[in-house]
Design a protein around this ligand. Structure first.
Ligand code: ZN
Ligand code: ZN
Ligand code: FE
Length: 829
């Protein structure tokens, strides 16, 4: 008897077992249980052995075998092998697969004019297709998904029931006869209410969609986890129109192309990046843009990179494979407007059978269907309401999306891929940790919201939920919590949240608690664990790397996190384990004039840093571009704020440090999106420059701190700013200054780590000696140059350095850290 746990349901596992067993002449059966798959097999000893090996090595691509236990039982003399009725168990512990791009077999059918699913936009099988986004509750069964609306035709039903078929029990299985359909609605912006009434179904929604895009229109396209807004990426007018309607000034748009060859014309793509682009998860990959790529500059203005993805569903493939496009060459330069309607219906595959379909080399902007920072629209009515001011037309379909899930974003850093935004394709696959956890609901942070639920060894990190500063995101947040709790069947015992008193997520945590917060007892008997932001960052990195509960040096660099002393932290070196931490070193705090306003206006941070280093930071002292760009009055006002400490919270933030440098060299004085100044500062770096500025390290006055004065160090970038100001006045190239600044940061951090290690080696410690572990976490480690150089520098010193990969280094990964810290904190409490 073989019992298997993991992601083994809804991924074609039983048909695989059936085929394998039959192929080896084994008898017995396989069945789904509440917590996995159970197999009974009998046959010759060597066949049984190789059967077990095959299960381990050849299982379907979407399956994840977490646990496999084998118990010998006496033979039952069964004849033949069968797939038995599922056994419902009280304790549901099976895992739901994420939404997966079409597999090769489905794509082959999709492109085959003789196949009955030729160009069917909802083709899928047990190895691919939608999962997480369509599931309403468990067990995973068609009736519990949004596919319940569609009754299978005879042919589909036969596939579904045939254990040998690759669509055996593929819950979203459908075809053009019985499954979901597309609808195209043209929209008149002048009078949306009226056009809603007059909008009719088009005979070829795909052709109309493509024609609308080609003619400079914006089309809202319903995808896997929500709507995209699409337009022609080569058409500056269209892209600019999209920017102004979406209220998105400069933040880069992601683009979609039909294949890797087209992608190569736009970007430099390494082997690993190609793998990532073509992976079943199909994330947006941040790639280095080629010089003058054939797309509009408005797609990613002033940015050296481009976020690019390949089609993630059959519907998206159609945007590039549609027969209309394939015929276009034959028709010469024909404007789609002039094409006679109806064009060849897709599902019949008429018109272009003789041609071997080849991808059109078109490039579409594919940005999330929302206005600026709101959550992405995912329901038809909601989308029409919210996006009708942006889109000229809608490509809808009648398969409901139950869960909104954005596109994931990945980037190569220091030679390996890192997930920056974890969503479609990755969620809800759990991270399996070495230790067992109680049932924790961790709420994350407010920017880049994401929650985490734990059970046993598994930590389920939710999809990106948007910025909780936005009110629409509040609902998305609460919905996601309830949905995850339901489909994972987890009733939390502990609620973990950030220390920030003003976070929406923190207030949410306390709202779940009845009575006085100090009783720490929630309605369902749950307790609250309040976790410091940067401790959670480091714990998240430790957990992802499967580190034991032993002290590490944690470098946490980000924009902001609430500190234990009530100030804003963000340039922190901690000595931490899962249970606790000590703030070993930090950047010297500086005033943040205007609080949150400083994050949006980097020039304020420049004034703050400058008034620190030069007695009176006045424009006469500094011949900088920065001062020319900002009017004198504003500068004086901020100078006064800094001097008097008025509305100036103190911060050790690394993000604000980047802001200050970017503003002083005149690169960017105002951010139009989060982190823009820092991103631009990284992009201009002269990679051959290895110079470095001065910086200070000092022990702050011990009497003002509660910590062990021996190990609390301050890194003071005052001398760095003196040097930068000097170089700006000498008109040294910005690329040189940026590189030297990055190098300074690396050097300051590395030397501080060495000092900490030295101090620790004087006391009893597990961190001492070569091979001490260092974890890097926080949003600043999305900076590839900083991460790469710091990692190398630390490794050269003999440290073992750990970074993120599947969990975002930014606040999107914090919930995992909160969950593991809460686990360890409450364990002995
Ligand atoms: Zn498939
Ligand atoms: Zn059918
Ligand atoms: Fe953070």
């Amino acid at each position: 008897m073989i019992s298997i746990k993991g992601t083994v349901q809804g991924v074609g596992f039983r048909p695989f077992i059936y085929r394998t067993a039959v192929g080896m002449g084994l008898a017995g059966h396989v069945l789904n249980t509440g917590d996995g798959v159970l197999i009974e097999a009998e046959g010759r000893e060597e066949n049984l052995q190789s059967f077990i090996e095959r299960i381990k090595s050849d299982h379907p691509p979407l399956a994840r075998v977490q646990e496999m236990s084998i118990d010998p039982i006496s033979p039952r003399s069964t004849i033949g092998f069968s797939i038995a009725e599922s056994k419902a168990s009280l304790q549901a512990d099976t895992q739901i697969s994420p939404d997966i791009a079409p597999c090769n077999e489905c794509i082959a059918e999709f492109l085959d004019p003789k196949d009955r699913r030729h160009l069917y936009p909802f083709i899928n099988c047990t190895n691919c297709g939608p999962r997480y986004t369509i599931i309403e509750s468990l067990p995973y069964d068609r009736a519990k998904t949004t596919m319940k609306e569609f009754t299978m035709c005879d042919e589909c039903a036969a596939e579904y029931k045939n254990p040998a078929d690759r669509r055996f029990h593929a819950q979203p299985d459908a075809c053009a006869e019985c499954g979901p359909r597309l609808e195209f609605h043209r929209w008149s912006l002048a009078c949306p209410e009226q056009s809603r009434r007059v909008a009719g179904r088009s005979s070829d929604p795909l052709a109309d969609t493509i024609a609308a895009i080609e003619n400079g229109g914006i089309v809202a396209i319903k995808g896997v986890g929500g709507f995209h807004l699409a337009c022609d990426a080569t058409n500056t007018e269209a892209v600019t129109k999209l920017r102004s309607r979406k209220k998105r000034d400069e933040k880069p748009f992601a683009i979609m192309v039909g294949d890797i060859e087209t992608a190569r014309k736009l970007c430099y793509i390494s082997e690993i990046e190609e793998e990532l682009l073509e992976s079943p998860q199909r994330p947006i990959v941040i790639l280095k843009k080629r010089d003058n790529p054939p797309i509009s500059d408005a797609v990613a203005p002033g940015n050296r990179n481009l976020g690019l993805m390949l089609p993630s569903s059959p519907l998206h493939y159609l945007l590039f494979e549609h027969p209309l496009l394939l015929c276009k060459e034959g028709l010469g330069e024909v404007d789609h407007k002039d094409l006679p309607h109806p064009v060849p219906p897709l599902t019949k595959g008429r018109g272009c059978e003789s041609r071997v379909p080849h991808p059109a080399s078109r490039v579409f902007v594919m940005t999330s269907g929302n206005i600026s920072d709101e959550p992405i629209a995912y329901e038809n009515d909601e989308a029409v309401k919210r996006l009708s001011g942006i889109a000229d037309a809608f490509l809808l379909h009648n398969r409901d999306i139950r869960r909104r899930v954005d596109d994931s974003i990945a980037r190569m850093i220091s030679g390996s891929p890192i997930i920056i935004r974890r969503a479609r394709g990755y969620v809800p696959t759990p991270l399996r940790l070495a230790f067992k956890m109680p049932r924790v609901l961790a709420l994350g942070a407010d920017l880049k919201g994401a929650i985490c639920l734990t059970k046993g060894h598994n930590a389920f990190l939710s999809q990106h939920l948007g910025d909780l500063e936005n009110e629409l995101a509040h609902c998305a947040f609460e919905d996601a919590i309830e949905h995850m709790k339901r489909i994972l069947d987890i009733r939390p015992e502990i609620i973990a949240c950030d220390m920030h008193p003003d976070y929406f997520s923190t207030r949410y945590a306390y709202s779940r608690v009845t009575g006085h917060p100090s009783t720490l007892l929630g309605a369902g008997g749950s307790r609250i664990a309040v976790i410091q932001h940067h401790h959670a960052h480091i714990a998240s990195c430790m957990a992802e790397n499967d580190l034991p509960n032993e002290e590490v040096i944690g470098i946490a660099l980000d924009g902001m996190g609430y500190g234990t002393d009530g100030t804003i932290w963000g340039g922190e070196i901690l000595i931490a384990d899962y249970k606790g931490f000590k703030r070993a070193a930090h950047f010297r705090p500086v005033p943040m004039p205007g609080g949150d306003a400083a994050a949006k206006e980097p020039w304020r941070m420049a004034v703050s840093y400058l008034s620190r280093v030069t007695r009176h930071a006045s424009r006469e002292n500094l011949n900088s571009t920065f001062f020319r760009n900002i009017d004198n009055k504003s500068i004086q006002l901020v100078e006064q704020m800094v001097e008097k400490g008025f509305n100036c919270p103190m911060t050790s933030s690394c993000g604000r440090l980047f802001d200050a440098v970017a503003a002083i060299i005149g690169l960017r004085t105002v951010n139009t999106f989060e982190g823009q100044a820092a991103i631009e500062l990284e992009q201009i770096v002269d990679e051959n420059e290895d110079g470095c500025y001065e910086f200070g390290t000092r022990d702050p006055r011990p009497e003002t701190r509660n910590y062990d004065s021996k190990t609390l160090l301050e890194i003071d970038f005052g001398p760095t700013f003196v040097a930068i100001v000097e170089e700006v006045s000498q008109e040294i190239a910005h690329s040189t200054i940026s590189a030297r600044f990055h190098n300074t940061l690396v050097e300051a951090l590395a030397r501080t780590c060495l000092t900490i290690q030295f101090h620790k080696s004087l006391s009893v410690s597990r961190v001492s000696g070569p091979g001490s572990r260092i974890c890097l976490s926080g949003g600043c480690f999305q900076n590839a140059l900083l991460t790469t150089r710091l990692k190398k520098r630390l490794e050269d010193e003999g440290f073992k350095v750990y970074t993120h990969s599947l969990v975002p280094p930014n606040d999107g990964g914090i919930a995992l850290g909160q969950a593991v810290v809460a686990t360890h904190k409450t364990r002995e409490a």
